[in-house]
Design a binder for this molecule. Structure first.
Ligand SMILES: [Zn+2]
Length: 293
């Protein structure tokens, strides 16, 4: 019995490793890892940590310095990317990292998002908390989870975290800083790159993009790609709509998943980084998810 459990556990780990939503291979090779993040100053107190194609981070993060403490926001945090991020914070300020706003967590990725230093408090949506606590791993940090939105006022900085429900996953959190007019979309929006859509809810995702595009922003930090503005969210929404429309054509014609994978084409977007790397996972998810609706 125990042997069987171990085999099942190994299988589960093996499966999750083979389908990791990794950004590291987009650069074309696994060889020669670089730094995980390039730090970009957005405003005096806000810094974007942009995931690098050959690094260990699978998603961008944001560092907010509030005077007495630092807030980090993002997702897909592996131990290496956490320690690199802590080093980057140390270059900016001596203030300690007190809070991580975890924007989402992908079910089954048990080696991601569980290894923050113990003094850090995690803030996340109730759906993400549910997903985290269903794992065999235990998140040891204190957790605050919320339903609709949560506002932190730290020094002179206001941070509004909103739970958008379904989109890139279930319980996606976006973060808005009203004074700085900075929006962090996390993986709901990829800028000029295609990312992992394997847990996505496509119809809700596009509605959330429309809403985010309409916010009053000066700077938008995406889940992947460089810091940009709301017009770039619009361009991603157009890609997203084209992708969904194309998929619906295959479903209307009652094509199988294999036929769809073989013939699905979007020539306008095929040269974007990530398109081919995430193609199978994204097509499978879109096919199954839209078919069920
Ligand atoms: Zn993600």
């Amino acid at each position: 019995m125990i042997g069987k459990v171990i085999i099942l556990l190994l299988l589960a780990v093996g499966i999750s490793f083979s389908t990791v939503p990794s950004y590291a291979t987009i650069g074309g090779s696994n060889a020669g890892y670089s730094r995980s993040y390039a730090i970009e100053k957005v405003t005096d107190n806000v810094f974007a940590a942009i995931a690098q194609p050959r690094g260990k981070a699978a998603s961008n993060a944001v560092i907010v310095v509030t005077g007495t403490q630092v807030v980090i926001m993002g997702a897909h945090f592996v131990p290496d990317s956490i320690s690199e991020l802590m080093e980057e914070v140390g270059k900016i300020t001596t203030a300690p990292v007190a809070t991580v706003i975890l924007t989402h967590h992908h079910r089954g990725y048990n080696y991601v998002d569980y290894d923050f230093p113990l003094g850090i408090q995690i803030v996340t949506s109730w759906q993400t908390w549910q997903t985290l606590k269903e794992s065999y791993r235990e998140l040891k940090n204190p957790v605050i989870f919320f339903d609709k939105s949560l506002t932190l006022r730290l020094g002179k900085t206001t941070i509004v975290a909103s739970n958008l429900g379904r989109g890139h996953g279930d319980g996606d959190v976006v973060v808005y800083l009203p004074e700085e007019k900075v929006l962090f979309t996390s993986d709901l929006f990829f800028n000029n790159v295609i990312g992992y859509m394997g847990d996505g809810y496509l119809r809700e995702w596009v509605l959330n993009l429309e809403m985010l595009e309409g916010l009053d922003t000066r700077f938008v930090v995406p889940g992947l790609g460089k810091v940009t503005d709301s017009e770039a969210i619009g361009r991603f929404r157009v890609f997203f709509t084209d992708f969904t429309t194309e998929m619906l054509h295959y479903l209307e014609k009652k094509k199988t998943l294999e036929q769809t994978k073989k013939n699905f084409r979007l020539p306008k977007y095929e040269s974007l980084p990530g398109y081919r790397e995430f193609f199978n996972q994204n097509i499978e998810r879109a096919y199954r998810q839209l078919k069920d609706q």
